[in-house]
Design a protein around this ligand. Sequence first.
Ligand SMILES: NC(=O)C[C@H](N)C(=O)O
Length: 324
Amino acid sequence: MSLSSSRLAVIHTGGTIASRPDPSGAGLTPQQAPQTPISPQIRVDDVQAFNLPSPHITPAHMETLRGLIEDLAPDYGGLVVTHGTDTLEETAFFLHLTLGTPAGVVLTGSMRHAEELSWDGPGNLYDAAQVALSPQTRGRGPLVVFGGDIFDARTVTKVHTTAVDAFGGYPGPIGRIDHGPVGAALHYFARPEPRPLYRPSRVDARVEVLYAYAGWRGEGYAQAAERADGLVIAALGTGNLPAELLPLIEQTCAQTQKPVIIATRTHAGPVLPIYGYAGGGASLLRAGAIPASFLNAHKARILLVVLLGMGLGRDEIAEVFGRF
Ligand SMILES: NC(=O)C[C@H](N)C(=O)O
């Protein structure tokens, strides 16, 4: 075993896994980074990157985290990132797109805080550490470990607001970690997938997400299209919208270079140009909108921020979205 393979870096960013009831009585707030339960043979170095609830995490924080992980990775056998669960999938996906290291990198968190008897932090941290340090994990890109399930960063999503098994996503986990009498039992069901790297020079593009609903007449669209650099619409089903949206999207695509991405508010499945009626997916794509493929709206937003930060134009952006 090389020296670095017995070293684990745990990068803390806040979240419930670092939270306790605030002494002011205001509710839970991030306070102290958790300890990682692990064999004494493994040296653990804790790095406090931020101490934020994850709704306060921005693409700028994600970019800082990417740099930190790349700097640390050569000296460690694996790296764990503790993170609030609310936006964990966005950070994981940003790292999936941008992180240039084959090291085992695992994000985890908790749903219950350290003063609850049923705190799930230690179990998730223990699992995350085992997965990050396993040679089987190298080259798989950043992963998410929660409740013993191992998810890839492209498809993982938060599926429950309070349950300890808070993560899922279509088509499901790519592996599982359990603990038997002879130690950790780690099993991957999927082979590592190729992960092209995207390196934005900035991550401050303004991309807004609009959420479709029955009866939407486009309220809010014009203002968002005016001020944003790009839009993502969480559309209906396979990527359909009420008829009133079609001329608005036609106008954006004809008069500006701003990308309009069509994702779906449905929890699984692709966006496809099936329906030809006004506002149907086929009509939106004919107007110049770009389908988000299998990405949910908030991951499509992260991808668009990255691609705009690389200076790509609408056709190149459409080509990249087609790979997801
Ligand atoms: N379970 C959690 O971590 C939720 C918390 N609000 C956060 O995302 O920071």
